[in-house]
Design a protein around this ligand. Structure first.
Ligand code: FE6
Length: 613
């Protein structure tokens, strides 16, 4: 029988040596994460004990509180982390280092070799988080006593250089007590305020009490793991304020869990206000990623698509390694999978909200709709689901009321093949312009878009339910014939007048033709470049992309309008005046289109015409 009471010295296995070397010298830039790793181990050991208490009768040192105690000693430069968890037997201690850590560290080293080392936290992934203590430690002592009665207490000790010692040690309470003697340049971790800061950041939701120098640190519950019907609204609100550092109340919340394809517990909030709209900087991702209540990343970049950056809250997945890395393919794929599941679920939630609480949904949309538009335009994976959620005013809604594309389609007549929209600054501007009247006269609904992004969004969404989204002021739009009213200019006379107008207006028009869009107004201008609507043209102008070239448009005329009857007579009887009228009509159309570049010439001409009244 070997004497197990005397300290027994062991060499670390080659892989562990290598691992320690990397951990100590090059792996981490943030040394503070060792606290998270050790607290997480302690929390696991306590969870295991809770389970063991149910299945086993005899437990060593029962009646101890299930909690984690940290103590700092800035004189002695030590940090101690102690738990009353399951603890380890001597065999487990040896085995821990022999097999688990061994195979873990092998996998770890392999991952490092594959390029995962650069900026990542690989270590905890393989159950070797404990070794991160050696980043800051001169020496580490592990006092432990297993829950199994009849096993003596143990002391494991190492300076991380090449060997460790194990000896029996009397007077241990159950669990683990890890005493870290800090390196001189790491003595900040013997400061209470510093450790407090770290615990608040990484371990705020650990389910067992975490005490630092006798004071409780974690007082907020991990609400997302509790069952929905036990949670009061006020608790959700309080949690939201804590998690999002917010002062408002959440506008919407989604609390859900899933088992497949990944185990997920998530609690997501939409804030009351869209701060980007208020002119604040671009919102940063603020849905934190947890693994069983332990923070993995407070601001994970790829957990949600960019256009969901307004969400706050927590996603917790058991299937994640604590030290997930953006560098390894495997972890990248995991995050992508999480992203897809959560995004789909959130979109489903919005869809349900829109059905069940339309008023709340519309208020949400008024505030955050711009994000959905961004998503519809650029997120190919979710485009269809997002497009269903878009809302617009239209020629058939009341002012301030909106319609979905699906409802628009349900109102379309059988001959209508496309979904029409017009972009303009507001309802009044669109309704008073010349573009709408032809659609109104044919009972065609037109969506009204008031935001600058809408043109872009419509162009990228392209179609809905198999129907093309078409700008009503686009040159290509063909509308059915309307009955000709009495007193319209005859077809021959119209042809003559058009030929004359083309010469009269010269370079300023690419084409002149009769319009099927006009009912009450005499003229309208369409962009000669078919790929551009007048609105797009205005935007290009604003961005100065197309600033130099003079505006050249297609002019559509309304031969039913009285002005053309008069102009027809005038173009032979008083050609000079007719010339002025023609130019003025073109400028009027340009003003409607928002494309008139210089009003001075126009006003001078108009004054000249006014002299003739
Ligand atoms: C991590 C020491 C090797 C338990 N409780 C706590 N930590 C634990 C275990 N670990 N493994 C089991 C670990 C050490 C060495 C691994 Br040496 F703490 N708190 Cl039961």
């Amino acid at each position: 029988m070997p004497d197990t009471t005397a300290p027994q010295k062991f060499e670390f296995q080659a892989e562990i040596k290598q691992l320690l070397d990397i951990v100590i010298h090059s792996l981490y830039t943030e040394k503070e994460i060792f606290v998270r790793e050790l607290v997480s181990n302690a929390s696991d050991a306590l969870e295991k004990l809770r389970h063991t208490q149910i299945t086993e009768k005899e437990i060593f040192d029962d009646k101890l509180d299930l909690e984690i105690n940290l103590t700092t000693d800035d004189k002695a430069k030590t940090l101690t982390i102690q738990d009353f968890g399951v603890g380890m037997t001597r065999a487990e201690l040896v085995e821990n280092l022999g097999t688990i850590a061994h195979s873990g560290s092998k996998a770890f080293l392999k991952a490092l070799g594959e390029g995962g080392a650069k900026n990542s936290n690989l270590i905890g992934q393989f159950g070797v988080g404990f070794y991160s203590a050696f980043m800051v430690a001169k020496s580490v002592k592990v006092y432990t006593h297993s829950w199994r009665a009849g096993e003596p207490g143990q002391l494991w000790e190492s300076d991380g250089s090449g060997s460790y010692a194990i000896e029996e040690s009397e007077g241990q309470r159950r669990g683990c007590k890890i005493v870290i003697e800090l390196k001189d340049d790491c003595d900040e971790f013997a400061q209470e305020w510093r450790v407090k800061e770290i615990l608040e950041r990484y371990s705020a939701f650990v389910s067992v009490p975490v005490n630092l120098n006798g004071k409780r640190i974690n007082t907020v519950q991990a609400l997302w793991l509790r069952s929905k019907n036990e949670i009061k609204d006020e608790e959700y609100t309080e949690f939201y304020k804590f998690q999002a550092h917010a002062y408002d109340e959440p506008r919407l919340r989604l609390h859900f869990s899933a088992d497949a394809p990944l185990a997920i517990n998530a609690l997501l909030f939409v804030p009351k206000e869209n701060t980007e709209k208020l002119g604040f900087a671009r919102t940063e991702a603020a849905v934190s990623l947890y693994c069983r209540k332990v923070l993995i990343d407070a601001k994970p970049k790829d957990l949600l698509p960019e256009w969901l950056r307004f969400l706050k809250g927590v996603v917790d997945s058991e299937d994640l390694p604590l030290n997930i890395s953006r560098e390894t393919m495997q972890d990248k794929a995991l995050i992508e999978k999480l992203n897809r599941v959560i995004t789909k679920r959130f979109l489903k939630f919005l869809d349900e909200e829109a059905k069940n609480r339309p008023d709340a949904y519309n208020e949400f949309y008024a505030e955050f709709g711009v994000f959905l538009k961004e998503g519809a335009a650029i997120d190919f994976t979710h485009k269809e689901q997002i497009t269903k959620l878009l809302r617009f005013e239209s020629s058939l809604t009341e002012k301030g009321k909106t319609t979905s594309l699906a409802d628009y389609v349900s109102r379309m007549g059988s001959e209508q093949k496309e979904i029409y929209y017009l972009v303009g600054p507001n309802r009044a501007a669109i309704e008073s312009g010349p573009y709408l009247e032809g659609f109104k006269a044919r009972n065609l609904e037109v969506l009204f878009c008031y935001e600058t992004v809408d043109e872009y969004v419509m162009n990228h969404v392209r179609e809905f339910d198999g129907k093309k989204l078409t700008a009503a002021d686009h040159a290509d739009v063909k509308l059915a014939d309307l009955p000709k009213p009495e007193g319209a200019l005859s077809e021959d006379d119209t042809k003559t007048l058009i030929a004359w107008l083309k010469t009269a207006l010269g370079e300023r028009v690419a084409e002149v033709k009769t319009s099927d869009r006009l009912v009450d107004s005499p003229v309208l201008a369409l962009n000669a470049d078919k790929s551009m609507s007048p609105h797009m043209r205005r935007m290009m102008k604003a961005m100065n992309k197309d600033g130099e070239s003079p505006v050249r448009v297609n002019l559509e005329i309304n031969p039913r309008h009285a002005v053309f009857k008069r102009l027809f007579e005038m173009h032979t009887a008083a050609p000079a005046k007719a010339q002025l009228v023609a130019e003025q009509l073109l400028d009027n159309a340009l003003i409607n289109a928002g494309l008139l570049e210089d009003a001075n010439a126009m006003v001078a001409r108009l004054n000249k015409l006014l002299e003739t009244i």
